[in-house]
Design a protein around this ligand. Structure first.
Ligand code: CTP
Ligand code: MG
Length: 228
């Protein structure tokens, strides 16, 4: 089976609080999205990289992506939600993808993706029936609040994991799951709603999602201090 990456990049980055979509904010001299695309395109495990952009994306064509090589394909079919954007991408590649091909969905907003993250995910899931996702064990003590913001419960964290991306599933299984699901914030939730159990593959905290301005500084520090 082949491995296709789908990178949803059609969001507006509202929580960053700046007008420009965060995937294009400068990070060490390149657009933020360039970092993850570059790692995906360089991966020997990945056959092609599809970037899902907003239909009215105004920035993609202003940059030169040719250094990333021939694996990279932009698709201007983003939707109203992340799930819609991923589904749009899956539909757009239906002629190319076989039912059993793997799809790795990776947030454009996770610029610190490392080669070992992809390698570990692909190796650990190669013979899995369902697929799975990178995740990290939750470190903080978690509280559930009542309506008055009093602690209603302390949620035991031993079995809790924070979901990351890439999330890797078979093309047809993922497409069916997303077509049936509504209101999911990741692919794994759609697969779970279909009654299946995605596998958790342990990544690490460096693969953070840039959501708030502080995250941009953390990402810059991580990339600058990475070995090799
Ligand atoms: N995304 C997308 N299409 C959407 C919404 C989000 O492709 N309609 C993408 C984003 O571009 C991002 C990833 O999904 O790469 C993760 O979403 P998130 O971090 O929530 O990004 P935004 O939705 O852009 O940010 P915000 O929620 O703060 O507006
Ligand atoms: Mg969002």
């Amino acid at each position: 089976a082949r491995h296709f990456a789908i990178v949803p990049a059609a969001g507006s980055g509202s929580r960053m609080g700046v007008a420009r979509p965060k995937q294009y904010l400068p990070l060490l001299g390149r657009p933020l999205i360039h970092h993850a695309l570059s790692v995906l395109c360089a991966s020997p495990d990945i056959d092609k990289v599809f970037v899902v952009l907003s239909v009215d994306d105004a920035e993609w064509s202003r940059h030169d992506w040719s250094v990333l090589g021939g694996k990279l394909v932009p698709l201007f079919c983003g939707g109203a939600t992340r799930a819609d954007s991923v589904l749009g991408g899956l539909r757009a590649i239906s002629k190319e993808a076989a039912a059993s091909d793997w799809v790795l969905v990776h947030d454009a907003a996770r610029p610190c993706l490392a080669a070992w993250h992809i390698d570990k995910l692909v190796r650990e899931l190669a013979h899995d029936e369902v697929g799975g996702l990178l995740a990290v064990p939750v470190a903080d003590t978690l509280k559930r609040a009542d309506d008055h913001r009093h602690v209603a419960a302390t949620v035991p964290r031993d079995s809790l994991w924070q979901a990351q991306t890439p999330q890797m599933f078979r093309y047809v299984m993922l497409r069916r799951a997303l077509e049936a699901a509504s209101d999911v914030t990741d692919e794994a939730s759609a697969i779970e709603a279909a009654g299946l159990r995605p596998r958790l593959v342990q990544g690490d905290a460096t693969n953070l999602k840039v959501t708030y301005p502080l995250d941009l500084h953390l990402a810059e520090w991580i990339l600058q201090n990475r070995e090799g």
